[in-house]
Design a protein around this ligand. Structure first.
Ligand code: 13P
Length: 250
């Protein structure tokens, strides 16, 4: 049995006071969440506030991005070691907004994945196709390319201490969720592709769905055999809504 994971990606939102109120609210409602693994990914500067609130709780925290480099002359960047220093256990890599808005290609994403694992962070590797790619029938080819770049650099065994998030770009922040069947088909494809390299790793791997997940659709999505939780954007900014999604994960 794979333990479900629900991760909140706050994106570029929140003040210190809002972050404190949000994690405080989430903590208060945790009793209803049975065994799902939970984490929040705030913007870098809010990590200390979140860490102060969540230290000793069952909610982990992570970064939304990291540098592929260890340290040095990379103005504006944050390293994996710095995230570890602030108690992060996870980091998102290859989010579609990083790929589309900041030009992160498959090779850079793979380097970041490896940089995260080198310092003991669990990478949450995001993959997903655009609407144009889906309509052109290229969904599987795109996902395969994004996945293979990482496996090529890090090896399939590295997937044993990683999480994958399938986030169709057309479903992010649009209110247009993939149907449970659409999402399940891609999740199964990801698992099968990795199973060709290691059946054991593929079976254990948690694959999260992301893209307009809300309390109202979470249960049906998480009920699919290859969907092991969610990476939640907008709905993770509301404690009540996020908790309802966490409860749906089990
Ligand atoms: P939304 O849940 O706002 O669609 O965002 C999904 C996402 O990008 C999470 O990383």
């Amino acid at each position: 049995m794979r333990r479900p994971v629900v991760a909140g990606n706050w994106k570029m939102n929140g003040t210190q006071a809002e972050a404190a109120a949000l994690v405080g609210g989430i903590e208060q409602g945790l009793a209803g969440v049975r065994h799902a693994e939970l984490l929040v990914c705030p913007p870098f500067v809010l990590i200390p506030v979140v860490a102060e609130w969540l230290g000793g709780s069952r909610i982990a925290w992570g970064g939304q991005n990291l540098s592929a480099h260890k340290s040095g002359a990379y103005t504006g960047e944050v390293s994996g070691a710095m995230l570890r220093d602030f108690g992060c256990s996870h980091v998102i890599v290859g989010h579609s907004e990083r790929r589309a808005l900041y030009g992160e290609g498959d090779e850079v994403v793979a380097e970041k994945f490896r940089a995260a694992q080198n310092v003991g962070l669990v990478p949450i590797l995001c993959v997903g196709e655009t609407l144009a790619e889906r309509e052109a029938g290229e969904t599987e080819a795109v996902i395969a390319r994004q996945l293979d770049a990482v496996v090529h650099l890090a090896g399939v065994a590295a997937m044993d201490s990683a999480i994958i998030a399938y986030e169709p770009v057309w479903a992010i922040g649009t209110g247009k969720t993939a149907t449970p069947a659409q999402a399940q088909a891609v999740h199964a494809f990801i698992r099968q592709r990795l199973a060709q390299l290691s059946a054991t790793v593929a079976e254990r791997l948690r694959i999260l769905y992301g893209g307009s997940v809300k309390a109202a659709n979470a249960q049906e999505l998480f009920g699919q055999p290859d969907i092991d939780g969610g990476l939640i954007g907008g709905a993770s900014l509301d404690a009540g809504e996020f908790l309802a999604i966490c409860r749906a994960a089990g």
